[in-house]
Design a protein around this ligand. Structure first.
Ligand SMILES: CC(C)(COP(=O)(O)OP(=O)(O)OC[C@H]1O[C@@H](n2cnc3c(N)ncnc32)[C@H](O)[C@@H]1OP(=O)(O)O)[C@@H](O)C(=O)NCCC(=O)NCCS
Length: 190
């Protein structure tokens, strides 16, 4: 599939679905030194991006206090980090938004339902930090992630015709229920 950018928004964070984290997994916050943890997880999980050492600081800066408030790690029963998501922030279309940023679960833990409680925790964190709404950006070939975001009530954000083209391209690859939701949000996609 052609690799095209897509944007998604959730206009409210009031009613985000929550999923219980199965034992023995746990979510913890960023600690100083976790840049290496984040890079390890991303390198293992994301086959479409490259992760040089400086990528972490480029994405998140170097303020440990901000990161401790916003970056989450999913840990297995031995405390080893197997996933990450960041409850970040940025302006989107000129308006301040919470931002779901860099979601990843390591390959041998994927497909077990672990991204759902992790993403729920990140959305809750954004809400606790005072963000009324959130956005994220992704790409057409990340079908599992797009299904996940649609399941969570993020809708396609159509800024121009290229966005419609990207969503029409990915639509047939998405789970039908989630694609129906996308079309209900954006009737031009039908
Ligand atoms: C996206 C990602 C985090 C999902 O993690 P996961 O732990 O496998 O996800 P879960 O098992 O919790 O499943 C969550 C939802 O994702 C979707 N999903 C997961 N695996 C999928 C697959 N192989 N095909 C299609 N959809 C899939 C489903 O909608 C699923 O919910 P549902 O089964 O109730 O419909 C993981 O695939 C990943 O790390 N991918 C590589 C990095 C990446 O692309 N990140 C997104 C950047 S924008």
């Amino acid at each position: 599939m052609e690799h095209l950018p897509v944007f998604m928004v959730r206009d409210s964070l009031d009613d985000v679905p929550q999923f219980d984290l199965p034992a023995p997994f746990a979510v913890r916050r960023y600690r100083p030194g976790d840049a290496a943890t984040w890079l390890r997880i991303q390198k293992a999980s994301d086959r479409y991006s490259i992760f040089p050492y400086e990528k972490f600081a480029q994405q998140f800066g170097a303020d440990d206090g901000v990161l401790a408030e916003r970056q989450l790690f999913l840990c297995d029963g031995e405390g080893r980090e197997v996933g990450t998501v960041t409850a970040w922030f940025a302006d989107h279309r000129g308006v301040p938004h919470g931002r779901i940023h860099w979601v990843a679960i390591v390959p041998d833990m994927q497909g077990r339902g672990l991204a759902k409680p992790m993403l729920g925790a990140a959305c809750s964190r954004l809400r606790e930090l005072g963000h009324p709404r959130a956005f994220l950006d992704s790409q057409t070939m990340r079908v599992p992630a797009l299904n996940l975001y649609l399941k969570f009530g993020f809708r396609p954000d159509i800024r121009h015709d290229d966005d419609l083209r990207a969503w029409r391209l990915v639509g047939p690859h998405l789970k039908p229920t989630y694609w129906q939701w996308a079309v209900a949000c954006v009737p031009e996609l039908a």
